[in-house]
Design a protein around this ligand. Structure first.
Ligand SMILES: *[C@@H]1O[C@H](CO)[C@@H](O)[C@H](O)[C@H]1NC(C)=O
Ligand SMILES: *[C@@H]1O[C@H](CO)[C@@H](O)[C@H](O)[C@H]1NC(C)=O
Ligand SMILES: *[C@@H]1O[C@H](CO)[C@@H](O)[C@H](O)[C@H]1NC(C)=O
Length: 236
């Protein structure tokens, strides 16, 4: 199940592939969430944020559509999930935003690809793109994209039950923030790696025209290809 939280991921497209039985590294396209039908197969959370207790209300599909927080832009055909930047919300009251999860679930042996042109950045936003198993923390959580408040680089993370540690970080050790993936450790910080690419999030990400985030969930491991500003490196 994939979720985009605290909204705000503008112009989003998602492709999901599953591994072809018998073939080593070949995937077949099984689902395409994009354009005019993008929002058709998602569940809108439709409740205030009782998960992280932010000052946020995750609205229903109808409210998101009528208030233009989640809609398909008629000009570009892009699916847009955006920040409410028109309401005056008093301190300690809650701002409407969007949290959506796919109706379908995808198993080990899947690759998912998210193509984002722009994501919100700056004070108090929390755009995120991640997946989680139905009985979290059992089955875990894979955070492919996350930008919190004023951070300027994408951070990727895993949250698991006890006993999972990151043992062979793929990037420079200076960018490893934490290696214990156990949700009970460090207030559920998770094992976190920061993408050293300056265009992986924030203003630079948007200025570069966004990017594609690829996540492979295979029995041999979980792999990410976070592509800040490198969206042309991929063909479908
Ligand atoms: C949040 O609210 C929803 C809807 O009432 C409920 O189903 C869910 O169990 C609540 N979650 C938590 C963590 O309280
Ligand atoms: C709100 O955001 C939209 C999309 O980025 C922008 O076009 C608009 O000018 C913004 N409105 C305000 C009041 O900042
Ligand atoms: C993670 O580590 C990087 C590199 O040391 C650092 O710049 C960044 O601020 C850290 N992120 C968090 C959320 O602590």
């Amino acid at each position: 199940m994939f979720k985009a939280q605290y909204a705000s991921i503008a112009s989003l497209g998602l492709l999901v592939f599953v591994v072809q039985p018998a073939a080593a590294v070949s995937y077949n396209l099984v689902k395409d969430y994009s354009g005019s039908t993008f929002f058709d197969e998602w569940v809108f959370y439709d409740h205030f944020d009782n998960l992280t207790n932010g000052d946020a209300v995750f609205v229903s599909a109808s409210t998101a559509a009528s208030s233009k927080l989640a809609f398909v832009d008629s000009g570009s055909g892009h699916a847009i999930v955006k920040v409410d930047n028109t309401s005056q919300v008093p301190s300690n009251e809650k701002r409407n935003t969007v949290r959506i999860s796919t109706k379908d679930r995808y198993a080990v042996g899947s690759v998912w690809v998210a193509d984002m042109f722009h994501v919100p950045f700056g004070c108090s936003v929390w755009p995120a793109w991640w997946s989680q198993a139905p009985d979290w923390p059992i089955g875990g959580e894979i955070d492919t994209f996350e930008g919190v408040n004023q951070v300027t680089h994408n951070q990727m993370g895993l949250h698991t039950t006890t006993g999972c540690n990151q043992v062979s970080p793929v990037q420079s050790s200076t960018l490893v923030n934490s290696t214990n993936c156990d949700h009970l450790a460090d207030s559920n910080l998770g094992c976190i790696v920061t993408n050293p690419d300056a265009a992986s999030y924030g203003q630079a990400f948007s200025a570069a025209g966004g990017g594609i985030f690829v996540t492979e969930l295979a029995s041999s491991g979980i792999s990410y290809v976070p592509q800040g500003g490198l969206k042309h490196a991929f063909t479908e």
